[in-house]
Design a protein around this ligand. Structure first.
Ligand code: UFG
Length: 327
């Protein structure tokens, strides 16, 4: 089925565009559906078909699947900021669950065989132990995490009958940018640590705050597992290949299995950028677990995923290069 097209919902966004680049590089026909609410048209690979529109528009999705002959889909579109999801929970349910379900329903109805879903480490909440394996308790602590888990469950139920198989990839903290400068993190309002820190390093903002230094971690700041977006993109292509070869549905963590504290990340940004940042200490941010580190054995074992960019300085350097280019 390698000749068939892949529909990438949210392919003009940060992660979706990197995956679209990887799919195109693998010789696949790629169709990007994106409403450009947070994504950008110029991030869509030149060789992909671009269709502006809403993933929740079932009639549109059915038409695209038929006209473009897609039998595989990837779902990236959605709302992704944990702290924002506390202030405006309903758009999180509307975008991630309502629109996500309409998309899923249209795909299953149209006979799509393979579905790759962007899930998140936020489904675990504050885990009891690290690293986190996929069978850890699912106790999301934010509307964002709950909305992503709700659709993951809908997907699993939908694929428990019929011929559609899915891969739900639970991302840890995604950062960095394409080595060739074709895509990088874009967000109307940045919220992610490395993005904010490199914005400060190139002078786009005066400085930044550390959100809490009284966590039960060695230096008091939160620990996260930062994964390079291009390694994550490769995991998606492997997941799709696995499903196409008749592999079973799977749920897999995507991370490197080691964590860095906020302070360690900021030290690395200052070292790589060669300049001091103005950093103050702020209060904790709602919904931040103290530490999240992936056990990604399953991804490596089942998909043969081999991380190539497990290097914090390299991740930061690529993010800095993108930020400098994208002034
Ligand atoms: N942080 C700061 N200052 C900032 C921004 C972030 O101290 O200006 C801290 C946060 O408090 C947190 C850490 O940096 O401790 C990482 O925060 P991010 O916002 O970069 O990422 P999150 O861990 O909140 O969330 C990300 C994704 C989610 C995903 C989650 C899972 O946004 O989609 O990782 O780990 F669910």
């Amino acid at each position: 089925m390698e000749g068939r097209a892949v529909l990438v919902a949210g392919g003009a966004g940060y992660i979706g565009s990197h995956v679209a680049l990887e799919l195109v590089a693998g010789g696949r026909k790629v169709v990007v559906l994106d409403d450009l609410s947070t994504g950008r048209r110029d991030l869509v690979p030149a060789d992909a078909v671009f269709i502006p529109g809403d993933m929740g528009d079932g009639a549109l999705v059915r038409r695209i699947l038929a006209e473009q002959a897609c039998d595989s889909v990837m779902m990236f579109a959605g709302s992704i900021i944990v702290s924002e999801s506390f202030q405006t929970p309903l758009p999180y349910w509307r975008n991630n669950v309502g629109a996500g379900f309409a998309f899923l329903d249209a795909c299953i109805g149209a006979g799509v065989r393979h579905l790759v879903y962007s899930s998140t480490a936020a489904v675990y909440g504050s885990p009891d132990r690290l690293p986190i394996a996929e069978d850890a308790a699912l106790r999301p602590i934010s509307p964002y995490g709950r909305s992503k888990l709700a659709l993951e469950w809908a997907l699993a139920d939908a694929c428990s009958v019929g011929d559609t198989r899915f891969a739900a990839l639970r991302y840890f903290n995604v950062a960095g940018a394409d080595a060739m400068g074709r895509s990088g993190q874009v967000s109307p309002v940045a919220s992610h640590l490395i993005k904010i820190a490199v914005e400060a390093a190139v002078g786009k903002r005066p400085g930044l705050s550390i959100y809490g230094e009284d966590y039960p971690t060695p230096d008091g700041t939160c620990i996260r597992d930062y994964i390079h977006v291009s390694d994550l993109a490769e995991a998606h292509v492997l997941a799709l290949g696995h499903l196409e070869r008749g592999g079973e549905s799977l749920v897999a963590n995507c991370g490197y299995g080691r964590g860095f504290s906020v302070r360690e990340v900021l030290d690395a940004v200052q070292r790589v950028a060669g300049r001091k940042l103005a950093i103050d200490i702020g209060p904790r941010r709602r919904g931040d677990p103290p530490a999240l580190v992936a056990d990604s054995t399953l991804l490596q074992r089942i998909l043969g995923w081999i991380p190539k960019r497990d290097d914090l300085d390299l991740i930061i350097r690529s993010a800095l290069e993108w930020e400098n280019r994208d002034l």
